[in-house]
Design a protein. Sequence first.
Length: 220
Amino acid sequence: MGSRHGKKDDLLQESAPAYKIMPERLKEKKQGEFTIDDYMALPEEERWELIDGHLYRLPAPSTVHQVIAAELFFAIRRCIEEHAADCLLLTAPTDVQLDMDERTILEPDLLLLCDLKKLQEKRIYGAPDFAVEIISPSTRSRDMVLKKEKYRKAGVREYWIIDPKEKCVIVNLLEKEAYHSGRFDFHSVIPVGISEGKCLIDFTRIAGKLESLYEGSVPV
């Protein structure tokens, strides 16, 4: 199917516009009460996420977002092939039933799944090993705060937040109790932590592609 909080006030502000455009029969419910059945009833041509019973409409991705996602996909895929890793790399829209309950479905921009038993026909059931979100102004608080905590608690091992505006990649290694975060600019070679040093992503290539396409001034 199509795709389906940060401080509490921020979350309420972000969810309000999406709530107004929901189908009428879903408006009988309050934010926080929605389930996967409600999520599945949303229009297929629109992209949504369900987080702890809250529905959020996702904006259409920008061309910058799509270029980064495509280039990163192929960079990671090359690394998987080189090292014969038995993992599956997927892009959005891929539904992830993160908590294996009825209240949360996420759609990371990229995900790496190494436990293929979690792969179902319609969605991933459980936490992927690696997730990437390319943030936009409207998704910043969710991606930076809420989703990071959701991913950590669910057992995602590594979470990258890519910020085109700040031209940086925030790498969150979530496996340990005191997880580690590192910040890299777009002209960096970035190690994939869960690969134990085998995979290095040369982000300078992605930065160069962006600068070439947008004549040196990358829009945000």
